[in-house]
Ligand binder design. Structure first.
Ligand code: ADP
Length: 303
């Protein structure tokens, strides 16, 4: 199922939360929403889930405007809200049966709940009260309630916040698996998460989209800004000679025998750097051009 957001704006009093936001996410795609706090991520997610109405613009799920039939849309949509609100006094299985009732799963409810308990790895904790669960397991309960009715679209607001590294891997694998068939939008503060599971990256800043690209292509966004090269020498080199190389902006000693060199533009200066080293009888052991990371792009675009 595709999600098409067109020219959505939303304000709370004087506070502009979203300004003319447009993007599309297709079926079988996991799209990552990233942006500083207050960028408008949660507001956008709530609008897609029909929990907030945009001031202007529209959201279409599979070509149907969500304002026309919000109930029908809600049936096709699973939502994990920020901070994952749950009922702490309910038992895990009891809570999921309750949610299944809300979705009118009928006679199939018990079987489906057990299936989802298996998928989300909740079996060892299913007889506990939710309030007694660790953060990781509570997050799993949140995910379980979001996917219980087998929705085509999943909207996950910071699904991995507060998880330890082991729990992170489990939840990420689960989301990746779900993303093969469903349309998934998730928000996160963790850049590695976007790199690990998202095909698309949508960066929001101050209510506006500042980047919307395939995750593996986003590095080229700042390709023209600079390159960073780490050079390892056999012996400790003098730094000043490299400032004479055309295109080099910064030379910094990382440790004995290793320099970090940053260029002014996107020029590949490695050959010039090599020649300069040779002309000063310096032996280069390795030269490694650092990949631009999503984190660099994020900082550049949301500064
Ligand atoms: P994010 O999820 O990227 O952190 P939000 O969508 O939560 O951002 O918030 C965007 C902006 O809208 C923020 O400045 C926030 O304070 C404001 N905002 C969100 N919800 C409300 C609300 N119900 N009332 C007033 N301001 C709100």
């Amino acid at each position: 199922m595709s999600i098409l957001v067109e020219n959505v704006s939303k304000s709370f009093g004087n506070q502009i939360a979203l300004e003319n936001v447009s993007f599309q996410v297709n079926s079988g795609e996991v799209a990552g929403f990233i942006g500083p706090n207050g960028a408008g991520k949660s507001t956008m997610m709530k609008i897609i889930c029909t929990l907030l109405t945009p001031d202007t613009g529209s959201v279409k799920v599979n070509g149907t405007d969500i304002s026309v039939c919000p109930l029908e849309i809600k049936r096709k949509l699973g939502y994990l809200p920020e901070n994952n609100p749950l009922y702490p006094d309910m038992y895990v299985r009891e809570y999921l049966l309750f949610v299944g009732g809300l979705y009118r799963l009928g006679r199939d409810r018990g079987r489906r709940v057990d299936e989802i308990i298996g998928v989300t790895g909740l079996a060892p904790e299913m007889h506990k009260k939710i309030g007694l669960l660790s953060k990781g397991y509570r997050q799993r309960v949140g995910l379980a309630q979001a996917i219980l009715h087998d929705p085509d679209v999943l909207i996950l607001d910071e699904p991995t916040s507060g998880l330890d590294p082991n729990q992170l891997v489990g939840i990420r694998n689960l989301i990746s698996e779900l993303g093969k068939e469903k349309t998934v939008i998730l928000s996160t503060h963790i850049m590695q998460e976007v790199e690990a599971i998202c095909r698309r990256v949508i960066i929001l800043n101050k209510g506006r989209i500042v980047a919307d690209e395939l995750a593996h292509e986003i590095g080229s966004r700042i390709a023209t800004t600079f390159r960073t090269i780490v050079v390892e020498f056999q012996e400790d080199p003098p730094e000043d000679i490299f400032y004479q190389v055309e295109g080099i902006d910064i030379v910094r000693k990382l440790k004995n025998g290793t320099l970090l060199v940053q260029t002014i533009g996107d020029d590949d200066i490695r050959a010039r750097l090599f020649k300069t080293a040779v002309s000063h009888n310096l032996v280069i052991l390795s030269m490694h051009q650092k990949e631009k990371k999503l984190e660099d792009v994020f900082r550049e675009l949301t500064r």
